[in-house]
Write a protein that binds this ligand. Structure first.
Ligand code: COI
Length: 353
């Protein structure tokens, strides 16, 4: 990234010195797309079972057959991970091999071939380095890398695509949500059902929730909290985050048994919380438990760790503490400390590039 001093013409023609930023307003980053320089592309051609010939290419549109599997039947997966610039100016990826493994697991469920862990991690390193100037300065955000695995071959009948494309692009981002999460509990739309795709990052898991999300946003909520599709009694997750409930020294989160997205931040927070001396439970959590909790928070790559400010169910609103000294704040500081190199990584979670 670069900043430089330059002359700026004001409306009345006076020339003033101002700090100008070549690329983007680092202080104003939210979670929206800023196109960057390069993306990574790799193909698995017809009749083959492995990906080959991966390469960087300028970021831009891709050509798709109108009859591609992804356009017609949603055969696709997404991933998300971040490259962060530390105070030491080094660039770190956080557990990229976990994203590779999750993509491989999802690919099996969606009848797709997937890149090897080596191919996946290599593509992420290349994408991050090729777009290095877009990695925000320390403390301003990170470079979000979005890998996709898409059925791009033509297919008319309902069947797996004959060809696949792996793609990774990047965008500098700040936080996904500003402030604490104010959840509307959704008791009409269900995100996942047993045997469905709730436990993988299928691209089809998101847009079916837009109706519920826009209804909640129109009422001033930040997001919706989904209940389990089988009983409608237990909490599952938000639109793009896992949820944790704190009571005393115990932190609970729903188990990843097919309807919950196995978040990499979720998994990391479980480990961090147990080092910090909390009791961790992965089990079904009835909505009443959330309502009676001391504190609640959500995790995700995009949102990192965010406190839940309130939960509203059938017109009843409960509020939680979100200020200094919360469990979620402690976990947030530890996680982001490791991600940015302020706290030593004893776990082998960091891949420096
Ligand atoms: C992430 O946290 O990286 C996600 O994938 C959520 C996304 C759908 C914005």
């Amino acid at each position: 990234y670069s900043r430089h001093e330059s002359d700026v013409q004001t409306a009345n023609g006076a020339s003033i010195k101002a700090e100008e930023n070549d690329l983007c307003n680092w202080d104003g980053l939210g979670f929206s797309l800023t196109p960057t320089d390069y993306m990574y592309l790799m193909k698995c051609s017809k009749g083959e079972s492995a990906f080959s010939q991966g390469h960087l290419t300028p970021y831009g549109n891709i050509e798709l057959s109108p009859s591609s599997g992804v356009l017609n039947y949603g055969q696709g997966l997404l991933e998300g991970l971040k490259a962060s610039r530390g105070d030491d100016n080094r660039i770190r990826l956080f557990r990229p091999e976990q994203n590779a493994l999750r993509m491989q697991m999802g690919a099996k469920r969606m009848c797709m071939p997937s890149p090897t862990t080596e191919q996946f991690v290599g593509s992420i390193k290349q994408t991050a380095l090729a777009n290095k100037r877009w990695i925000p300065p320390p403390g301003k955000g990170s470079l979000y890398i979005r890998p996709l695995l898409l059925g791009t071959g033509p297919i008319l009948g309902v069947a797996p695509s004959p060809e696949y494309t792996f793609l990774a692009y990047a965008s500098p981002v700040g936080n996904y949500f500003k402030g604490p999460l104010n959840f509307a509990v959704e008791d009409n739309v269900y995100r996942a059902i047993p045997g469905g795709t709730g436990g993988i990052k299928s691209i089809t898991n998101y847009s079916p929730n837009y109706k519920a999300i826009s209804r909640a946003k129109a009422k001033g909520f930040t997001d919706v909290l989904f209940l389990d599709g089988a009983t409608g009694k237990n909490i599952e997750e938000g639109t793009a985050c896992n949820i944790f409930v704190v009571k005393g020294n115990t932190i609970s989160t729903p188990p990843t048994k097919g309807t919950i997205l196995p978040g990499i931040t979720r998994k990391s927070i479980i480990e961090i919380a147990s080092w910090l001396g909390y009791q961790i439970e992965e089990r079904a959590i009835p909505l009443e438990e959330l309502i009676n909790a001391d504190e609640a928070f959500c995790t995700g790559t995009a949102i990192t760790v965010k406190p839940v400010g309130s939960v509203t169910y059938q017109g009843q609103r409960v509020e939680y503490k979100t200020a200094e000294g919360t469990v979620s704040e402690k976990l947030y500081r530890t996680l982001t400390g490791i991600q940015t190199g302020r706290i030593e990584d004893n776990m082998g979670w960091i891949v420096e590039i």
